[in-house]
Structure formats: structure tokens, C-alpha cells
Ligand binder design. Structure first.
Ligand SMILES: Nc1ncnc2c1ncn2[C@@H]1O[C@H](COP(=O)(O)OP(=O)(O)OP(=O)(O)O)[C@@H](O)[C@H]1O
Ligand SMILES: Nc1ccn([C@H]2C[C@H](O)[C@@H](COP(=O)(O)O)O2)c(=O)n1
Length: 218
């Protein structure tokens, strides 16, 4: 019998990574951060000097980098061509360019195939924007995390030195608009997903609610 798959989707800063890692830890499951894969592809494109606004140029090169994603919730890891890029993929240049790269259908085709390979027989929490809709439509549990734009920006700015809530909110709004209006696999809530608004909840409360859902559905 295939193992459990928990699909966790939602807009930027809604808590997908923190909640997914907490749930995976509590249940002894693996964890996959698919956003890190789009970021790693973007990091490689920028390093190669590819114009990320040129979708044809991105499509032509997206088969080249070797991407390896770790699945340990206690030590998320990602390597491109053998280079540890866990730090660089969080930098502003990558964050500014990732939505354009993630909108290229050839990039999505390649990364969705890689993600399905990693998911394999399951026992995993997978987070992203199209997990419940595209990558794992048969997931046993699907969660769509939300929080107010202000709460998401406040949480994110607390972890980035020197950033303001206003700047974070503007950047998230820009990325969410691009991610939810692209033509291929846009961010949207999957059929059968449970929407969880975390604006007024602590991280531990959200993890507990997802664990309750898993128990109820398995
Ligand atoms: N319910 C919560 N209450 C307070 N802080 C939270 C909550 N959920 C997440 N956070 C904090 O908000 C920040 C953003 O969370 P996280 O990185 O998990 O979001 P994300 O949805 O994965 O973001 P992105 O899509 O941009 O990668 C982190 O600092 C995290 O600790
Ligand atoms: N399944 C996914 C995961 C991520 N993306 C895109 C959209 C995001 O802006 C970007 C970075 O993700 P984050 O690290 O912020 O979770 O990657 C996507 O299109 N599909």
C-alpha cells in the first residue's frame, strides 16, 4: 500500500515550510520543499547569465542543471551541480526572478517529474503551489494554508534583518500575483483541500490542526 502524502499549498509566507517540517517531524515522514527547487533552477539561470525574462532562453537551458533535494525535515538541503545552494537561493536576486522562471512550462514539466520521483511511494509532506492540484492530486491529505497579507509580511520581516513590513508585503503581493495568474499550474486551492487561515494561530496550533486532519483522514 502506498504511504501517506500530505500536500501543503498556499501563498508566500503562509507558513508552508514551518508547518510541513513540524508535521513531518511529528509523524516521522520525509519533507520536500518544491519552492527550493524552483529557486535552485533560478539561481543556476542567473549564474549562467540567462535572461530570465526570456522564456524561450530559460526553456532551452532548463534541462542542464543537476538538482538534488534532501528530504530530512531537520536538515533541508538542496544542491545544484554538486554546489550547496541552500543559502544563495534565499537571496533577493533569486526571490526577484523565481516567479518568471517558475512560469516557464518546460521548467515546470522537468521539476514536476523530479518531484514525483522523490515522492515515490509516499511517507512525505510536500509543500509548494501546485502540490494538491498537479504534483500529487491523489494525496491523502491536502491543506491550503492562508493568512492575512499583513500577518504574512510581519512574520517574514521578523526573520529578515533590515526589512520593513511594507517592503515584504509589496514583494509578496507581486510574487503571489505572478504565481496565481501564470497560465501553467497557477497557485490555486485543490479540490478536496482544507483551507486553514493561520492569521490568529500560533505555529504550534497550526501543526496540531494539520496533525488532527491527518488522523481524521487516514
Ligand atoms: N502560525 C504562525 N504564527 C507565527 N509565525 C509563523 C506561523 N507560521 C509561520 N510562521 C513564521 O512565518 C515565517 C514564514 O513561514 P514559512 O517560511 O514557513 O512560510 P512559507 O509559506 O513556506 O513561505 P514561502 O512560500 O515564501 O517559502 C517564518 O518565520 C515562520 O516561522
Ligand atoms: N510548487 C511550486 C513551488 C514554488 N513555486 C514558485 C513560486 C514561488 O514564488 C517560488 C519560490 O517558492 P517559495 O520558496 O517562496 O515557496 O517558486 C511554484 O511555482 N510551484
Amino acid at each position: 500500500m502506498a504511504g501517506l502524502v500530505v500536500a501543503m499549498d498556499g501563498p508566500s509566507g503562509s507558513g508552508k515550510s514551518s508547518v510541513s517540517r513540524g508535521v513531518a517531524r511529528a509523524l516521522g515522514l520525509r519533507y520536500l520543499d518544491t519552492g527550493a527547487m524552483y529557486r535552485a533552477m533560478t539561481w543556476w539561470m542567473l549564474r549562467q547569465g540567462v535572461d530570465v525574462a526570456d522564456a524561450a532562453a530559460v526553456a532551452a537551458r532548463c534541462g542542464e542543471p543537476a538538482l538534488v533535494s534532501g528530504t530530512d525535515p531537520d536538515a533541508p538541503a538542496i544542491h545544484v551541480d554538486g554546489v550547496d545552494v541552500a543559502g544563495p537561493i534565499r537571496q533577493a536576486d533569486v526571490t526577484g526572478a523565481v516567479s518568471a522562471v517558475a512560469a516557464v512550462p518546460e521548467v515546470r514539466r522537468r521539476l514536476v517529474a523530479l518531484q514525483r520521483e522523490i515522492v515515490g511511494d509516499g511517507d512525505i509532506v510536500v509543500e509548494g503551489r501546485d502540490i494538491g492540484t498537479v504534483v500529487c492530486p491523489d494525496a491523502g491529505v491536502k491543506v491550503y494554508l492562508t493568512a492575512s497579507a499583513e500577518a504574512r509580511a510581519r512574520r517574514r520581516s521578523a526573520e529578515v534583518t533590515g526589512s520593513t513590513v511594507e517592503a515584504q508585503q509589496a514583494d509578496m503581493a507581486r510574487r503571489d500575483t505572478l504565481d496565481s495568474t501564470r497560465t501553467t499550474d497557477p497557485l490555486s486551492m485543490a479540490a478536496g483541500a482544507v483551507e486553514l487561515d493561520t492569521t490568529e494561530l500560533t505555529l504550534d496550533e497550526v501543526i496540531a490542526e494539520v496533525l488532527r486532519l491527518v488522523k481524521e483522514r487516514t
